[in-house]
Design a protein around this ligand. Structure first.
Ligand code: FAQ
Length: 327
């Protein structure tokens, strides 16, 4: 049912003279920047690609609650606790909007969840890294939400209507998330020498994993060519990564922190910053289930699913009873 089984092979995009009449009409709508809506005709591979990407995006939001949820009880002040709690709840909401968007494509939330729990579907690599101390809450909000925003602002223009509309709301909330992270970093960088050291250490550890969030280099990206042709993606992985580096380097300088990559250099002509690539072998190991926290993350999600079984059963029984009573 999902794109993992039907994925494009990266060899390129179907030429117009190979398309059926229906496919041509569909591509013309895409090229005219029309939004595709759930009841519109769409090629099966378009549907499967969306289910894969939206499903994985939703799973990332849900699993993404874990590294920060871990710090709610240890936030340094009541105010920080309330802010972090609100942020983590927002991520749950994002997961639910995204699952709803995926459901409009004819897949059930239960099936998506089962495929996450069995390891068949992926979630963002970043959430397989640990959050070791409070400075990491700053770095996650600033860098992880910051990278997510760069990607998601672009996705507001994605061709599938329900996904695009979910992104509009999500982006507003993510902006708050990124600011609260930057605010934590500002406080720590203006604090004691030890606090600044913690902020630097968090930046150093999160930098390359944040760059990996944009996916493999364009030359190794399996889905980009077709997804760009369908305007499911409106920028390539490398374009997103460059945007993120360009916006983040001046923020690092503003905080008075050292660059985590000594090769970073601004090109006077293009104003882009050149940077070193992450360790892509590490990335592929992480997305294959061999990152530092993959086992813990999946154990936590499986436990939550099992622990919630009685709630789901109760709700289903109640819904059935209400339906019978209404007939
Ligand atoms: N992690 O051919 P491509 C957030 C996989 S939201 C894991 O380039 P594509 C909010 C990819 O699935 C973060 N897997 O793939 C938050 C494919 O494998 P498959 C999530 C990755 O789809 C903040 C294979 O590699 N955001 O953080 C990753 O064209 C704080 C080949 O790659 C989204 O999901 C990765 N980083 O481009 C929450 C945005 N990258 O499926 C809580 C929507 C690639 O064939 C706390 N998604 N893979 O087995 C996208 O924009 C795209 O899917 C990309 C990847 C750009 C991520």
């Amino acid at each position: 049912m999902y794109a993992q089984e039907v994925k494009t092979d990266g060899k390129g995009v179907k030429a117009r003279d190979q398309m059926t009449k229906q496919e041509l009409a569909f591509q013309d709508r895409i090229d005219a920047f029309e939004k595709i809506e759930p009841k519109d005709w769409m090629p099966d591979a378009y549907r499967q690609t969306l289910i894969r990407q939206i499903g994985q995006h939703g799973h990332s939001e849900i699993v993404g609650q874990l590294p920060e949820g871990n710090w709610i009880t240890r936030a340094p002040t009541l105010e920080r606790k309330a802010i972090l709690l609100a942020k983590v709840q927002d991520e749950a909401g994002h997961g639910l909007y995204l699952y709803c968007a995926a459901e409009t494509l004819g897949v059930s939330r239960d099936d998506l969840t089962r495929d996450l729990l069995s390891g068949k579907m992926k979630y963002s690599s970043i959430f397989n890294y640990p959050t070791l101390n409070w400075a990491d809450m700053g770095a996650v909000g600033w860098l992880v939400d910051g990278a997510a925003i760069v990607n998601q602002v672009a996705l507001q223009r994605t061709s599938y209507g329900p996904y695009s509309r979910a992104m509009v709301r999500i982006c507003k909330e993510e902006s708050f998330h990124a600011r609260q992270g930057f605010d934590i970093m500002m406080k720590m960088c203006a604090g004691s020498a030890d606090q600044k050291k913690m902020a630097q250490d968090a930046l150093n550890r999160m930098w390359y994993p944040a760059l990996m969030m944009f996916g493999p280099p364009d030359k190794d990206s399996v889905h980009s060519a077709q997804s760009m042709a369908w305007k499911i993606k409106v920028m390539t992985n490398d374009e997103g990564r460059q945007k993120f580096v360009n916006q983040t380097v001046p923020q690092i300088e503003y905080l008075g922190l050292e660059l985590p990559d000594k090769t970073i250099k601004q090109d006077a002509k293009t104003t882009h910053y050149s940077y070193s690539q992450p360790d892509w072998a590490e990335f592929f190991a992480v997305i294959s289930g061999n990152g530092p926290c993959n086992i813990d993350r999946m154990a936590a999600r499986n436990k939550a699913w099992d622990d919630g079984a009685w709630v789901r059963e109760g709700l289903m029984a109640h819904a059935q009873k209400s339906r019978i009573a209404a007939e």
